[in-house]
Design a protein around this ligand. Structure first.
Ligand code: ATP
Length: 365
């Protein structure tokens, strides 16, 4: 297990493109870190700099307190799993897993012991004689993971390792990778654009956008305390609803509904935004369908149902609040009729406000 320090890391590609800006992060021994963000945000570039596959343009990268910028991938002692499993097609599962150790000149008996033990952890014992083409996508992925963990290195790097799998296999492999991490204890960095993978697997998540870190935190913190609209919109599915509104006399309108800021925020917040535009945010799952009577400590909004999607464990209800679109996530037993007029409430404790200019979240108290 190793601890990693990334200090003011920058990547400027030879064509001049500045892909990663001042990336700062301390990773503890044995931590499971997930880099998440949309395509092109710089997560793979950062991982490749950590692996030693891409040079670091500026900044310091340290493993266990030692600067390793100039070391190659082998000397950094990292194991990697990529999106394409890159298994050797002509070799059996056993040989694919043992190849790296054989190259290192490890004794055949020791190799056999390690391959059998790793295959057992990954449920591959019955497939050791097969070639990769005789395996399912999930099994191939396991071989790729097995090949990496068999080396028992302190740092494990994974770049979108589940993206070639179908939805069900992804869920299975997700928990298997978490389990393997628990067993090996290796410091792990996992890259994905899938916020569900990030939320379910990470000790801490690093959310990136346009080469900049937006927020680093535990899944719970990112979900409940996003620092800005980007993180609020990226974490959570369906995404948080954002409604822009102009504040006048301490209140704003959402359709024909009036929202009084001091009902759920300090007067200083109402004063700060007087005459300005705020972004009012709430998560689809925090909306509660109600009758005409407004529940206490909530704001209640009237809307029209445009579309409902029954997903089994919940229903997504797409509503129109007089020209403003929003999504509500509700109990499937309460699914409203299409085109019906309904009221929903958002408890004060689940209201978010953002500054329209900076997109930063505004503390309500
Ligand atoms: P994805 O999820 O699509 O893999 P990512 O977040 O991993 O995206 P990177 O692959 O790190 O993104 O790329 C970050 C940015 O750097 C992108 O805009 C990409 O086009 C650019 N980039 C990547 N490799 C190079 C290169 N060799 N030369 C110039 N620009 C590059």
């Amino acid at each position: 297990m190793a601890y990693l320090t990334l200090k003011d890391i920058n990547k400027i590609y030879p064509n001049g493109f500045h892909a990663v800006h001042n990336f700062n992060l301390d990773i503890e021994r044995g931590e499971f870190i997930v880099f998440v963000g949309p395509s092109g945000c710089g997560k793979s570039t950062t991982l490749r700099m950590i692996a030693g596959l891409e040079n670091i343009s500026k900044g310091d990268f340290m493993i266990d307190g030692r600067r390793v910028n100039e070391l190659g991938p082998r000397e950094r002692e990292v194991a990697m799993v990529f999106q394409s499993y890159a298994l050797y097609p002509h070799m059996s599962v056993y040989d694919n897993m043992s190849f790296g150790l054989s190259l290192q000149g490890v004794d055949e008996d020791v190799i056999e012991e390690k391959v059998l033990a790793t295959a057992k952890v990954l449920g591959l014992t019955d497939y050791l004689d097969r070639k990769p083409r005789e395996l399912s996508g999930g099994q191939r992925q396991r071989v790729a993971v097995g090949r990496a963990i068999i080396r028992k290195v302190g740092i494990f790097l994974m770049d979108e390792p589940l993206s070639n799998l179908d939805a069900k296999q992804r869920v299975t492999m997700r928990s298997e990778i978490t389990q393997i991490h628990r067993e090996t204890g290796a410091t792990t960095i996992y890259v994905t654009h899938d916020q569900t993978e990030a939320m379910t697997m990470a000790d801490r998540i690093v959310v990136m956008k346009d080469g900049y870190i937006q927020q680093v935190g535990k899944p719970y913190d990112l979900y409940f305390n996003p620092v800005n609209m980007f993180v609020a919109g990226f974490i959570g599915e369906p995404p948080m609803n954002f409604i822009k509104a102009r504040v006048k006399d301490g209140r704003f309108e959402v359709g024909s509904n009036t929202v009084i800021l001091t009902d759920f925020a300090d007067k200083a917040v109402a004063d700060r935004f007087e005459g300005r535009t705020v972004v009012f945010g709430f998560r689809p799952e925090h909306a509660v369908l109600v009758g005409d009577k407004a529940p206490a400590d909530s704001i209640t909004l009237k809307c029209k149902v445009e579309l409902t999607e029954l997903l089994g464990d919940n229903t997504n209800v797409y509503v129109d609040i007089e020209g403003i679109s929003a999504i509500l996530k509700i109990d499937p037993h309460d699914t409203p009729e299409m085109d019906s007029e309904i009221c929903f409430a958002v408890p004060y404790g689940h209201i978010y406000l953002f500054d329209d200019e900076t997109e930063q979240r505004v503390e309500l108290h």
